[in-house]
Design a protein around this ligand. Structure first.
Ligand code: TYM
Length: 316
């Protein structure tokens, strides 16, 4: 029996951080044996934020190295980039024609940008439709993501249902996988950890950088347990172990931060070393990405043919 399909992706908009790892990437690695997996770099989504050729190239290569360093095995996982598969943007257009503006106006990212009076480009408004196309082209059963992407997967599901209703059964309905304990990981200031808030701990940080990030964690002065330190520490140790440490060092914020620095370093050091190995041969890494694109293209092209047949543009 063929395996069920898993798909997910990350935008190359800057250094990946530990919340990207625990919220999503760890699941990509853990589920790779169980599912036929497609993991991609969402570079066209990133184009909403990055308008600089060199930066885009660097970010794409960085995410690729990150994927390899955390243990995504190209023998098992199809690793590719969105812009190599033109079917993503092609299907987006078709979804646009069955999607209403008021429906897209409900998207959290759009509403946030509106609330902040930001200038909103059409790409940002349409973001959920490109994401629906990313997902639905590959017939995945599951999409592992953090909580902030839940609504986007719901958009994909709704869009699949709508298309199926109008044109006949074509798309599988995907379901998000969100890990309860790591759905919404806080950053060093207690808000959601996010590249855009500058409150991250980079996944491949050097020791000094880890130290700086952790020492910068905002601590509340009430009670013996600095909540923001504890919330991040939970990623690296069981609550049982932490209970002991936090009782012993109650109120000693500096010492608790030092304990966290050591635990993060223990976790990151082997990842950092692996990444440095992959960095030595970037052409080899890029060849993996290209080959993954060729594999993904076959699946996406077949799905797109099916879509074209259903909507009636295939006249030859
Ligand atoms: P992106 O690039 O912002 O984030 C990558 C993954 O990391 C998760 N994540 C978090 N999880 C827990 N706590 C946090 N603080 C945290 N911050 C980030 C995200 O939920 C995500 O799973 N739109 C997507 C990229 C994308 C995609 C797709 C994902 C494009 N097309 C199709 C899945 C399927 C995004 O911007 O993720």
């Amino acid at each position: 029996m063929s395996k069920k399909v898993l798909l997910s992706g990350i935008k190359p908009t800057g250094k990946l951080h530990i919340a990207n790892y625990f919220g999503a990437m760890k699941q990509f690695v853990n589920l790779a044996n169980e599912y036929e997996s497609y993991i991609f770099i969402a570079d066209y989504h990133a184009l909403n934020f990055i308008k600089n050729k060199e930066e885009m190239k660097q970010n794409i290569t960085d995410v690729l190295l990150d994927y390899l360093a955390v243990g995504l095995d190209p023998e098992k996982v199809t690793i590719f980039k969105q812009s190599d598969i033109s079917e993503h943007t092609e299907l987006t257009w078709i979804f646009d024609t069955i999607t209403t503006m008021p429906y897209l106006e409900l998207a959290h990212a759009y509403k946030d940008a509106r609330a902040k009076n930001k200038e909103i480009n059409v790409g940002t408004f349409n973001y959920p439709m490109l994401m629906a196309a990313d997902i639905l082209l590959y017939n995945p059963e599951v999409v592992p993501v953090g909580q902030d992407q839940k609504q986007h997967v719901e958009y994909a599901r709704d869009t699949a249902q709508k298309f199926n209703r109008i044109f006949g059964e074509t798309f599988k309905l995907p379901k998000e996988i969100i890990m309860e304990n790591t759905a919404n990981i806080p950053g060093t200031d207690g808000r959601k950890m996010s590249k855009s808030y500058g409150n991250t701990i980079p996944l491949f940080a050097e020791y000094e950088e880890i130290k700086k990030c952790v020492m910068g964690i905002v601590t509340d002065s009430s009670g013996g347990i600095p909540q923001n330190v504890y919330a991040i520490h939970k990623l690296f140790r069981s609550e049982e172990e932490l209970k002991k440490i936090y009782e012993e060092k109650s109120g000693k914020y500096k010492e608790l931060k030092e304990a966290l620095i050591e635990d993060i370093e223990k976790f990151i050091a082997p990842l950092r070393a692996k990444r440095k190995e992959f960095e030595k041969d970037i052409p080899k890494a890029l060849a993996i990405l290209k080959a993954g694109g060729e594999k993904a293209k076959i699946v996406a092209k077949a799905k797109m043919e099916e879509v074209k047949e259903k909507i009636g543009v295939n006249v030859y």
